[in-house]
Design a protein around this ligand. Sequence first.
Ligand code: ADP
Ligand code: 5GP
Length: 202
Amino acid sequence: MNKGQLIVFSGPSGVGKGTVLKEFLQHRDNVSLSISATTRQPRPGEENAVHYYFLTREEFEQRIAENNMLEYAQYNGNYYGTPKDKVEEALEQGRDIILEIEVQGALLVKEKCPNALLVFVMPPSWQELRDRLTGRGTEDAETIEKRLNIAQGELKQAIHYDYILVNDQVEAAAKRLEHIMESGRCRIVEMKDFIREVDQHA
Ligand code: ADP
Ligand code: 5GP
């Protein structure tokens, strides 16, 4: 059986990653979204084990010590990380899995899993990013400024990704993500077994 594809999906806070993924996943059943662990407080409406596994710092550090994290990073004073087991299970079962993670974690995944497909989401403009982050209304002004500062650093890391996805319109961006994933499956790193298989019968 073919293994699933590991997709890393990053971009500045407020660019619309969650919105695009929601639209994208509505039309697919062979792709899942990894549920991360975090030490940040839940936002209104966020549920444990649905949006994140909300952990204390002690619990999170215990998971690190037990080598249960594929990657983890600190973002704005909190830990965020990807539990390893679910990702491995999905890939083994031939299902694609998307990690929606920030850039430091993404670059760690790239080192550990060279086949991973890295997609960086960009806003159409800086002003649009500011407007979206403010418009979402989930963070206070100070947190918004901190997230925008982090975003400036993140944009500089975009060159390490395989694809840039500009989130101009949600549906169009979700469609483009589908095309990116299709292209990802045609990469040489994904096709080595197939080439060998055909070659064996030459
Ligand atoms: P992220 O997951 O990247 O932090 P969200 O998905 O929460 O971002 O989106 C941030 C805000 O921007 C939300 O209010 C969302 O409705 C809005 N948004 C997302 N994509 C678009 C888009 N293409 N055009 C306009 N607004 C958008
Ligand atoms: P938020 O607090 O807005 O939910 O997430 C803040 C940042 O953490 C976002 O850039 C998000 O992509 C990232 N993030 C979420 N889960 C993980 C994870 O498991 N690992 C890493 N490295 N970053 C994550």
